[in-house]
Design a protein around this ligand. Structure first.
Ligand code: AMP
Length: 526
């Protein structure tokens, strides 16, 4: 029998009412247990508000104004209500996503009115949340994986791995519940279905990476470009972005490279694409973005902004999955079948000095830093861990001290924790604090200077006129709710007191904003 959609709406309400993760997984698990097999995938996707697997390009394309009209019309036609089922909701939403062409808006609207007019008030509320991807019930993929494990008795890591291999939560849910652990173990990645990319954690310097990786590691250039996963079988080539969308059509030059250089036997490789400027140096990331998002005049764009390919991993070759082979084996295979000009630069070493020189070379060639990879590590799809460590050289910027806290312990009696601010029009906005970098003598000197320009004080903190400029070195700009500026510098330390500078020479908040964007946002959207 078809399970009514109202049961799913009730579940969502119950999930919203509890913040406890274990309670959420119990509720979901109980619910899933009672479903027919062909309802499992639709229900799971609706609960997490995903509708389609991540790699599926379909979207609903329903705006607020359409929704409003639909809700009005839905109200007027409630004389004869047919009970909604989970499967009907799911198949209607799929149909809405599939309508294309000139009449699609009308068609979408009509399909949606059909759903809404058969829905109760609670059902409408949940439907609207699903359609706009805002479930607000605290159930993300992670919670769902726990719930699936609980329902089936399969271990969480086995369920997670199946999801990372296929990117298809609905399919994984069905296999988990119907076939359990055995079934999950049979899930293999397929050609032309992208795997989630393995990710890296931060490291501060080459020593740390070498130590973390057991005394010896490989350093590869960290190319400032876009991650791609390339699948090939025979003449068919598909290129997927880090977010698993298919970008093949916008980069025919990369497809040509692959057709020219890689074997036809069935292969999945990974690498980074960079845009190349005159003189061979990488162009800024924005130029690369223009290539990726291009749908018309693709050939012309390819001439204007040529791309180069730097492969660094192989996950599959001729029917054999390689992700459980150690990095070194994968690299040996990759480098055997790939010409040097499309391979990533790398060096294996146990020597921090050598690694530092390699980092310098990477920067000189216009790249972002290095990625260190544990030589015996497997390829863990979707995982961010210490097997891959990214190293970016520190940035420096001139900032102004606007306040300081009194120190304790050894620093008692000194103003030693400095509030660092960037210029934002006429205002100063704090972007971090640090007590690192000064010698004892400098602390004493700074304490005197700050007291001389004091404008206010509390028990712990002295506010000062924004006059002292310091050079601050840091590793990353992070988003921070603590400061009004919205940003915080990670691992900030003072590397010089810039007596030669005035506060108007200090850096602007805009510059920090740009740095932040460059680091995260833009890339994650691809
Ligand atoms: P981040 O985006 O800062 O987390 O850094 C990880 C990203 O660096 C990956 O997703 C890749 O796009 C990129 N990258 C550049 N070069 C490499 C490399 N040699 N190995 C792995 N990732 C790399």
């Amino acid at each position: 029998m078809d399970t009514p959609f109202t049961r799913l709406a009730e579940l969502c309400k119950a999930l919203e009412a509890t913040t406890k993760r274990t309670e959420k997984t119990r509720l979901i698990s109980e619910f899933l247990f009672g479903l027919e097999p062909n309802e499992i995938a639709p229900a799971v996707l609706l609960i997490v508000g995903q509708i389609f697997p991540e790699f599926d390009p379909r979207t609903l394309e329903i705006g607020w104004s359409t929704m409003k009209r639909v809700l009005e019309k839905g109200k007027q036609t409630t004389l004869l209500r047919h009970q909604l089922s989970i499967r009907r909701v799911y198949s209607t939403l799929s149909e809405i996503a599939m309508t294309q062409g000139s009449r699609s808006r009308k068609l979408k609207e009509r399909l949606l009115v059909g759903l809404i007019s058969d829905a109760s008030r609670d059902e409408v509320e949940i439907l609207v949340r699903i359609i706009f991807g805002e479930m607000r019930i605290g159930v993300n993929e992670g919670v769902m994986l726990d719930a699936l494990a609980e329902t089936s008795g399969a271990p969480v890591p086995v369920v997670r791995r199946a999801l990372m291999l296929t990117g298809n939560l609905g399919e994984v849910a069905l296999v988990t519940i119907i076939q359990g652990e055995k079934g999950l173990e049979g899930i293999k990645p397929e050609l032309f279905v992208p795997l989630k990319p393995m990710l890296a954690e931060n490291a501060d310097n080459p020593e740390e990476a070498i130590r973390e990786h057991g005394g010896r590691t490989v350093f590869e250039y960290k190319f400032d470009g876009a991650r791609v996963q390339i699948h090939r079988l025979g003449d068919e080539v598909r290129v997927y972005s880090r977010r698993l969308s298919d970008v093949t059509e916008s980069i025919p030059d990369v497809v040509n490279l692959v057709q020219k250089f890689l074997p036809r036997v069935g292969i999945i490789v990974e690498g980074e694409i960079t845009a190349v400027g005159s003189g061979g140096k990488p162009l800024p990331f924005q130029d690369l973005m223009r290539r990726f998002t291009r749908v018309t005049d693709v050939q012309k764009a390819a001439e204007q902004i040529p791309l180069s390919l730097h492969l660094f991993d192989i996950l599959y070759l001729d029917g054999v999955l390689l992700i459980d082979e150690p990095y070194e084996t994968r690299w040996a295979i990759l480098s055997k079948i790939t010409p040097k000009e499309i391979l990533a630069e790398r060096t294996v070493t146990n020597n921090p000095k050598e690694a530092a020189a390699f980092l310098k070379a990477a920067m000189k060639a216009g790249h972002e830093g290095l990625v260190a990879k544990r030589l015996d590590s497997h390829y863990n799809p979707g995982a961010r861990g210490k097997d891959w460590l990214k190293l970016k050289p520190a940035e420096t910027m001139d900032l102004v001290i606007v306040a300081a806290d009194w120190g304790s312990g050894r620093r008692r009696g000194w103003l030693s924790n400095y509030h660092l601010a960037a210029r934002d029009g006429d205002e100063w906005n704090v972007v971090g604090k640090t007590f690192k970098g000064l010698t004892d003598e400098e602390f004493r000197w700074m304490t005197k200077r700050l007291q001389a320009i004091k404008v206010g004080e509390t028990d712990y903190t002295v506010s000062v006129r924004p006059e002292i400029v310091v050079e601050v070195t840091f590793n990353e700009v992070q988003h921070s709710p603590h400061y009004k500026s919205g940003f915080a510098l990670r691992f900030a330390r003072i590397t010089r007191i810039r007596d030669d500078k005035e506060s108007r020479d200090a850096e602007t908040l805009d510059k920090i904003r740009v740095l932040y964007k460059k680091q995260f946002r833009v890339k994650d959207r691809l």
